[in-house]
Design a protein around this ligand. Structure first.
Ligand SMILES: Cc1ncc(COP(=O)(O)O)c(C=O)c1O
Length: 449
């Protein structure tokens, strides 16, 4: 989303005057937004004035009783759908017993059962629990520093790894997220964004030069491999624009890490938990990272993050790292129920099939809407890049399409400079997909081609 200007607040006036959206929502929503803007920190970036009340499956109802089809799942969180009966039952059963115990101090069964499930799904033998994506990434930074005794990192342009100071050092998405904040030393390299190749090359004749930059440029001019603890990478860049690299890219980064004795950390916070088909998105590229980070969908709607590695790597001693809520009993119960549900529903195959049929249909829209420059994705992580006739980015039109979609009562979100993302609940039905695409087509028409 384009942020309001430096002195402009994201408040009722902004939604009314700048976006012309307040007439779309009801009186209760207006009242809540007015009060919220007065009392809650205004640093969030909200694209439209939705005030949620309840939800089921893929449908959210707002406080005035209006229903919206959710095509973003609370930013790739509600993979098993809202009000999933199996997750609700697991939470209720655990609530009857105990909500929290301070798992950093005591032992308990729910986080252990979840750890066994994670070991089975991921192949990693150890897990560290936390509560969010940024905390999982912070834990991975600390483990990498602790293990290698090196203190520099590599990540990629357009990447998003979180907003606390360690993960923010890796993040390289929007300058507003970084300005005025100090950082851990991180050198950024080019990601394989083939639609807008940063090196102005063409795939496949490029030979994946972008990945090779780490050796050819960074290790020669800026950062010795001897001082590099880890390379952090998203299997598909999420906030940066749903950018899917070609198959060889991750293999090449993996090779460079192995050859130079550097840890590879996969940030699967957005891509993990079957979002792209397999449990980890890295499986699509046949690459295994030394450390993987999970959050978002992991908790089935409750806050839950995890950092996974093998025991030879995660052999730090007691007292090095911990937190209050990691392994929370309710979140562990919800997480296990969510993973078991997704596993038994044969999610991987469904996500692959549905994802390719949605991408196919969005590509058909491309023939009628010249503002659609690119349709890309894996599984149910799909990006539509909006462009001007000269192929340059068009964030103004992108935001207009998002607002028209909201008026049509479908929820979509922006990412990257000029991309619309689709990341619906993985349980979305075929009929809901049809309806969602029909409404998206209307929104494209209304936003003008
Ligand atoms: C790839 C990735 N890593 C980390 C994060 C940060 O997660 P959280 O917002 O839970 O801190 C996000 C959030 O969007 C993400 O997409």
């Amino acid at each position: 989303m384009e942020y309001p200007g430096e002195n402009e607040a994201l408040d009722l006036d902004f939604f009314e005057q700048e976006l012309g959206l307040l007439d779309v929502v009801g009186p209760k929503a207006r009242e809540i937004i007015g009060q919220d803007c007065d009392i809650v920190s205004a640093c969030e970036a909200r694209p439209y004035p939705l005030v949620v009340d309840r939800a089921r499956g893929s449908v959210i109802r707002d406080v005035d009783g209006r229903e919206y089809l959710d095509l973003v799942a609370g930013i790739a969180v509600m993979n098993a759908g809202y009000s999933n009966p199996e997750i609700k039952a697991a939470i209720s059963a655990q609530l009857e017993k105990m909500a929290h115990c301070g798992y950093g101090d005591f032992f308990a069964e729910p986080p252990l059962k979840l750890a066994k499930k994670l070991r089975e799904l991921s192949g990693y033998s150890k897990v560290f629990y936390c509560n969010s994506g940024t905390e999982a990434v912070e834990a991975a930074i600390k483990l990498a520093f602790w293990k290698t005794k090196r203190q520099n990192l590599i990540s990629f342009y357009n990447s998003f790894h979180g907003r606390t100071l360690g993960s923010l050092s890796l993040t390289c998405s929007k300058v507003r997220q970084k300005e005025h904040f100090p950082s851990i030393r991180t050198v950024h390299s080019h990601y394989a964004y083939c639609y807008r190749c940063p090196l102005k090359l063409e795939y496949p004749s490029c030979g994946i030069e972008c990945a090779k930059e780490i050796e050819n440029l960074i290790f020669r001019r800026e950062l010795s491999q001897e001082d590099t603890a880890a390379v952090f990478i998203e299997p598909i860049q999420g906030e940066g624009g749903y950018i899917v690299p070609p198959p060889e890219f991750h293999k090449e980064v993996r090779r460079i890490c192995t050859d130079n004795n550097i840890l590879l950390v996969a940030d699967e916070v957005q891509t993990g938990c079957f979002r792209t088909g397999p449990f980890f998105a890295m499986e699509n590229f046949e690459v295994r990272a030394d450390i993987s980070c999970l959050a978002k969908a992991l908790g089935g709607g409750l806050p839950m993050g995890a950092m996974l590695a093998d025991s030879e790597l995660m052999d730090w001693p007691s007292g090095v790292h911990s937190n209050t809520f990691g392994g929370n009993l309710l979140a562990s119960a919800a997480s296990l129920a969510s993973l078991e549900f997704l596993e038994k529903e044969n999610t991987e195959n469904r996500v692959r099939k549905l994802g390719s049929s949605i991408r196919q249909r969005l590509r058909e829209f491309q023939e009628n809407f010249s503002c659609i420059g690119d349709v890309r994705g894996l599984g149910l992580m799909i990006g539509v890049e909006i462009i001007k006739p000269d192929k340059s980015i068009d964030p103004i039109r992108r935001d207009k399409i998002l607002r028209e979609a909201f008026k049509e009562r479908i929820l979509l979100l922006p990412c990257g400079d000029s991309v619309i993302r689709f990341s619906p609940p993985l349980v979305i039905t075929d009929e809901e997909v049809d309806l969602g695409l029909e409404k998206f087509e209307k929104a494209l028409k209304k936003a003008g081609n």
